[in-house]
Design a protein around this ligand. Structure first.
Ligand code: ARG
Length: 461
């Protein structure tokens, strides 16, 4: 007969089809070490409440430690008949501590408060792992920004040439977005830092167990204030899934640029061989697969978030078995980020920029037209008029297939006498960059400041 935690009121065991549907050990086994930590904390509160004597507590903790060793070495594994990680580990405990002692552990707890606690512990640990990996990507971006200080590139809006910017400014823009994701994980942790243990199935426990002691034992700074909320809520999972998806989406925006930049047409970067792939048929190919996989996996993480939110929608209080569907989406999100981010950091760190090309393209596409307009404003022309005049400069150049700095003095004054030859001082990339020296602007000294600021934020994250 199947070993279960709830056989008493049933005449027969579950149907094979139900057991197959119900089973979760193939994905929740990764919570085993957290479950055992929870059980040890629970054994200690049972002892504090007078429900275990010293020898029983010590015997139980020793058996749980042996069980943990066996889980780690693989000597203990879930059996085909174990419903979930909790069921399997209770069987393992009873095998090691005997029926009488092993059978005492479950008093005053439910898998509902257990799983809500363990899942938080798991996600809190992985929020730290993922954050460190995101910071490696941030470091790679800052490193590239540092190595290319002063290099100009075409800044774009609508993917069209807009205004010259510094390459380091552009790279740091991605770094700031990722730093906010790391901060989001830290903010999330403040809310996840609350232990549901002691909530029981939904209503709390009658056995005089102190949830605050278990919380402290498991590294939480507080115990839940509402046992129904504690066992029924999964917003901590959804929020984690959102921050994971946002991280992947931010990574995908870098990825898309890398894919574009590596094309023959852009030729902004060359990817290192160790982060490129070839083609099985076309011998010449060098493909940006890391960036493409990053772009693709962002969709997968958005799917994880969407699936989870859909599961949670309209669920009545308190625990419902639907909630077992909470784990696979975020496990997938965690696994995906933990395999993606190291490859992505390596790709960013090793890509080589064609700085001559970036510099040469920076002013093209009439990217200095705004500089003409702003120069006129500084000379006293109303911006509306200045905008018109600069636009006319572009029109003249376009019809003659030349650039703004090729306009002759006569052509300039013909457009408007306010356009004296002095305007040429802003018709260079360094002039344009240097003039944008407001905080957050692309002037070299401002970008140097933000780069140092980003390092401080990264070090504090
Ligand atoms: N395995 C379940 C889950 O992950 C926990 C078990 C709760 N089952 C129950 N019948 N109350 O949500």
């Amino acid at each position: 007969d199947r070993v279960s935690l709830w056989g008493g009121r049933f005449a027969g065991g579950p149907a094979d089809a139900l057991a197959a549907l119900s089973k979760s050990t193939h994905f929740d086994w990764r919570l085993a070490a957290y479950d055992i930590a929870g059980s040890k904390a629970h054994a200690r509160v049972l002892h504090s409440a007078g429900l275990l004597d010293d020898a029983q507590r010590d015997g139980m903790i020793a058996a749980l430690d042996r069980l943990l060793d066996d889980v780690r070495t693989g000597a203990f594994e879930p059996a085909v008949d174990d419903e979930d990680v909790h069921t399997a580990l209770e069987r393992g405990l009873i095998e090691r501590a005997g029926d009488d002692l092993g059978g005492r552990l479950r008093a005053g707890r439910s898998r509902n408060d257990q799983v809500a606690t363990l899942f938080r512990m798991y996600l809190r640990d992985h929020a730290r792992v993922v954050s460190a990996l995101v910071l490696d990507v941030v470091d790679a971006l800052i490193g590239q920004a540092e190595r290319h200080h002063g290099v100009a590139m075409p800044g774009r809006t609508h993917l069209q040439h807009a205004q010259p910017v510094l390459l380091s400014h552009h790279l740091l823009a991605h770094a700031w977005a990722l730093l906010r994701d790391v901060q989001r994980f830290a903010d999330w942790d403040k809310r996840a830092d609350e232990s549901p243990y002691g909530s029981g199935a939904l209503a709390g426990s009658s056995l005089g167990l102190d949830p605050r002691a278990v919380a402290a034992d498991l590294g939480f700074s507080r115990a839940a204030m509402n046992s129904i909320d504690a066992t029924a809520s999964r917003d901590f999972v959804a929020e984690f899934a959102f921050v994971s998806a946002m991280t992947a989406v931010d990574i995908s925006r870098i990825a898309e640029e890398v894919v574009l930049w590596a094309t023959k047409e852009f030729s902004f970067i060359t990817l290192d061989d160790s982060y490129s792939t070839g083609s099985s048929i076309m011998p010449q190919k060098k493909n940006p697969d890391v960036a493409e996989l990053a772009r693709g996996k962002a969709g997968r993480l958005v799917g994880d978030l969407t699936g989870l939110m859909t599961t949670l929608k309209a669920l009545p209080l308190a625990y419902n078995r639907d909630l077992q569907e909470d784990k696979e989406p975020v496990f997938d999100a965690v696994d995906t980020l933990e395999v993606l981010l190291p490859a992505f950091a390596g790709m960013v760190d090793t890509m080589v920029f064609d700085t001559d090309r970036l510099e040469a393209l920076a002013p093209q596409g009439f990217a200095l037209a705004t500089d003409i307009a702003e120069w006129l404003v500084r000379e006293g022309t109303p911006f509306r008029v200045a905008h018109e005049m600069a636009g006319e400069c572009v029109r003249v150049c376009e019809s003659q297939d030349k650039e703004l700095w090729d306009l002759t003095d006569d052509e300039l004054t013909a457009i408007n006498p306010a356009l004296t030859p002095a305007v040429r001082e802003v018709l260079t990339v360094p002039g344009s960059l240097g003039s944008r020296n407001s905080q957050g602007g692309t002037a070299p000294e401002r970008v140097e400041e933000q780069r140092e600021a980003s390092k401080i934020v990264a070090a504090q994250a």
